[in-house]
Design a binder for this molecule. Structure first.
Ligand SMILES: N=CN[C@@H](CCC(=O)O)C(=O)O
Ligand SMILES: [Zn+2]
Length: 421
């Protein structure tokens, strides 16, 4: 079959391929994947079918029906994979920004009934149509940044009806526009007012009344293991129950304190452990030994919460851990969808190199969603989620701080218009 889409004259084609295919990238592999200069990528419908140097291009596969994108010597790379967001919510927390600037901590604001609980009130009060509208707007913004897959957590309902609604909205939003949406159930975000002081009872309720209704609807189950949220022991029991029901596991852990939640979740086979700003070296070694859990770094969160401590990214890489990078887009700890900024801050504050950080927002992020056979690199057989950037050299990606380098976004072999707001 002839090519349906050809991207030619790629100055640098960042393939993210050439390394191991059976596990996430770790150690030196994070930065030694293949870059082709003066190259092409060809697709048949939604799949990549060929790539190589321009001199190797088989012109006989080009027909008048082939769509040709001229990269004009710029960087071409896989679509970004955003592996940790709280996509579906109502309202915002701009009113808490000033409180934060005056020194109130994230957990103090939560303990006073604000923070996550403030977004829960707004989300419970919103209609399904309003929530869908918000989610679609955020997905459009993500797509402009070159994000082609987005994980979407629930977690601002904290009751059966609203939590199921949030998962339904995430799935519906995924069907209504081109960015792929991967739903995660985070009903165990914090303890709702109805269960105040009874976290274990709330988790039992979720496990008995909500998780069974989510089989086939949400792929992962997540929990916020932290002071003021859920303890390590309660989290362990809940995640075990979720695993028995067939869900993949994720955890928010070591965000503000070193409690041991990340190592616990890794021992249960979690696909990712997220935040890890306070992860200690011993627990990092436990996670590395498991060999299957990705550490998702969220550098915009300590930045936004004015925290000095960032996850020890460099040290984690030296210890052999696979790292990914995400924004953690949400109304409280990161109201930003700019994954390029997160990538830059991962370099500046966590010690990643540009190549490692690029792997963190593509192939390793795909591993954190259990989708690395489908997305995250430019390789024959993979889904054609591809970006054409406006920069000629990958070194400029983290350098232009906070800018959006995306010129063209291709999702499933289809170029999608980046319409004005
Ligand atoms: N830490 C817990 N949950 C989110 C924040 C949610 C919120 O503040 O609304 C996070 O990943 O940072
Ligand atoms: Zn989060």
């Amino acid at each position: 079959m002839p090519y349906t889409l050809l991207i030619r004259n790629c100055g640098q084609l960042l393939t993210l391929s050439g390394g191991p295919t059976h596990r996430p990238l770790t150690g030196p592999d994070l930065a030694s994947w293949l870059i082709l200069e003066n190259a092409f990528v060809a697709c048949e419908n939604e799949r990549i079918v060929a790539l190589g140097l321009m001199a190797e291009l088989d012109e006989s596969q080009i027909t008048p029906a082939t769509q040709i994108v001229d990269a004009q010597g710029k960087v071409v790379m896989p679509g970004l994979v955003e592996c940790h967001t709280h996509l579906v919510f109502a309202g915002n927390r701009a009113h808490e920004f000033q409180r934060k600037l005056q020194g109130e901590s994230y957990l103090d604001i939560l303990a006073s009934g604000g923070g996550i609980l403030s977004t829960v009130r707004a989300t419970r009060a919103a209609s399904e149509a309003e929530l869908l509208d918000n989610a679609l707007r955020h997905l459009r913004d993500f797509r402009r940044y070159g994000v082609t897959t987005v994980e979407a957590k629930s977690g601002y309902g904290l009751d059966r009806e609203t939590e199921l609604r949030l998962v339904r909205v995430a799935r519906q939003a995924g069907r209504q526009q081109p960015v792929r949406v991967v739903p995660t159930f985070l009903g165990a975000h914090v303890v709702p007012p109805e269960y105040k002081g009874r976290p274990a009872d709330y988790l039992d309720f979720l496990a008995a009344e909500v998780l069974p209704a989510l089989r086939g609807e949400a792929e992962f189950v997540d929990i916020f293991c932290e002071q003021g949220a859920f303890s390590v022991e309660d989290s362990r029991r809940y995640l075990q129950q979720a695993r028995e029901l067939g869900f993949g596991l994720k955890i928010h852990a070591e965000q503000l304190h070193d409690l041991g939640g990340s190592a616990m979740a890794a021992e249960l086979g979690a696909v990712s452990v997220d935040h890890c700003d306070y992860l200690n070296a011993e627990d990092a070694a436990t996670i590395a030994a498991g060999g299957q859990t990705v550490v998702v770094l969220l550098p915009l969160v300590p930045l936004f919460l004015r925290q000095e401590t960032y996850a020890p990214g460099r040290q984690l890489i030296e210890q052999g851990l696979p790292v990914a990078i995400s924004t953690d887009f949400n109304p409280g700890s990161c109201p930003s969808k700019n994954l390029w900024l997160a990538l830059s801050v991962a370099c500046l504050k966590m010690g990643l190199t540009p190549l490692e950080a690029i792997a963190g927002v593509t192939l390793n992020a795909a591993w954190a969603l259990n989708r690395a056979t489908e997305i995250g690199s430019i390789a024959v057989g993979k889904r054609a989620d591809i970006l054409v950037l406006d920069v000629p050299d990958y070194q400029q990606i983290p350098y232009w701080l906070g800018e959006n380098p995306v010129r063209e976004v291709i999702i499933g072999g289809v170029t999608s218009a980046l319409e004005a707001p």
